[in-house]
Write a protein that binds this ligand. Structure first.
Ligand code: ASP
Length: 376
């Protein structure tokens, strides 16, 4: 990747500020506090435009429909990231950006290998002194899994923002351009440092830990059970909350040291769920099964024995809930101590799958695994 052309000038500026005992972010805030709170982003960032790499992975934000009225039926992952960037010229007023295409896929096609490849590339870029932040354009279907994974494994406090859109760029009311502009604003803002991997869509900034997609087609599909961390409005990045759980620099997981993720399966509960799905996961080499149970992690009477049998074979059993929010209480619906099972905290099954895969790279002791699930 080409280096940013303005890096030399910025380094000189940083060196001067450092000599004065300031870093570029705080200096900017201290030198122009009034402007920073009232001026539009373009004015704020003239003094020091951040260098942002935009990594393209596909999704609807790279999608195109047959007509402008196709808001929900279209082909995703067809427009190259450089073309997406060029379609939002306002971005160049707030940051120096470079595009890099790593995949061109719908996010439903993410798997462990692709996740690791993306994470390692992001980590590599974050280590470059001339990169201030990363934006990842991503399909919305699994944005929450990628963002949680990066939130847990990147070792940098530079901003990383994952962004998508619900409508393709060809649609009436397309949301991708503003979402991308907002994502670049957030990634460029020194206030976004040290907050873990963020997800920006629909004027909101979410933590990658909590955010989830809740609707198949609406632009206001993303929600966090405890609310977003902040808003992006009129070119301003406004934070109101901080992520409470450890992330990035504070975790025991390091993307640079991960070469493979253990297989973790999710078995979805429903009336008449087939116990054979547990056996299939075991036969397929699952090291853990996240049981997306009903309610507070309740397990049907005919499912208890198959799950106990899987545990007897060494497979970890994690009770999660398919309800969409809330914590699963240990030893409430099932005697977890007795069965040597684990419960999720409030992680949705798909997020518990990510965390368990990472946790299993550290330990196979269910007590330790339980602590990890309660910690992150
Ligand atoms: N299927 C698409 C994807 O996740 C949907 C989207 O991006 O909104 O890639």
């Amino acid at each position: 990747m080409k280096r940013f052309t303005r890096f030399t000038r910025l380094t000189t500026l940083s060196a001067l500020l450092l000599a004065a005992g300031l870093n570029a972010g705080t200096a900017q805030a201290q030198l122009a506090p009034a402007a920073a709170t009232t001026a539009p982003a373009s004015a704020q960032s003239e003094a020091r435009k951040a260098n942002i790499v935009i990594i393209g992975t596909g999704g609807t934000i790279a999608g195109a429909g047959a007509s402008a009225t196709n808001t929900a039926a279209y082909q995703s992952a067809v427009v190259p990231v450089d073309k997406i960037i060029a379609s939002v010229p306002e971005i160049s007023k707030v940051a120096n950006v470079k595009g890099e295409q790593i995949f061109q896929i719908g996010s439903e096609s993410f798997n462990n290998e692709r996740l690791l490849k993306l994470g390692k590339r992001v980590s590599e870029l974050l280590k470059q002194p001339d990169v201030d932040g990363i934006v990842i354009t991503h399909g919305t279907d699994t944005i929450e899994e990628t963002a949680y994974f990066l939130n847990l494994t990147l070792k940098s406090d530079k901003p990383v923002v994952v962004v998508g859109s619900m409508r393709p760029g060809t649609a009436l009311g397309a949301d991708g351009a503003l979402n991308l502009y907002d994502a670049v604003l957030v990634a460029s803002n020194p206030d976004s440092r040290g907050k873990g991997t963020l997800v920006v869509l629909n004027d909101e900034i979410h933590t990658g830990r909590d955010v989830t997609k809740s609707n198949t087609f609406k632009t206001e599909t993303f929600r966090s059970p405890f609310g977003p961390l902040g808003y992006v409005v009129e070119g301003r990045t406004l934070f109101f909350r901080l992520p409470a759980r450890p992330h990035t620099m504070q975790t025991e997981f390091d993307i640079d040291k991960l070469d493979k993720l253990p297989e973790v399966a999710i078995v979805y509960a429903y009336g008449n769920v087939n116990p054979a799905s547990v056996d299939a996961a075991v036969k397929n080499g699952a090291k853990a099964i996240v049981f997306a149970a009903t309610g507070n992690g309740s397990v049907g009477d005919y499912m208890v024995e198959p799950l106990k049998a899987a545990r007897a074979k060494g497979v970890q059993i994690v009770r999660a809930s398919r309800t969409g929010s809330g914590v699963v209480i240990r030893n409430a619906e099932q005697p977890d101590d007795k069965y040597d099972w684990i419960v999720t905290d409030d992680q949705l099954p798909q997020k518990a799958r990510i965390l368990m895969a990472l946790a299993l790279t550290k330990t196979n002791d269910p007590k330790e695994l339980q602590k990890i699930l309660w910690k992150y």
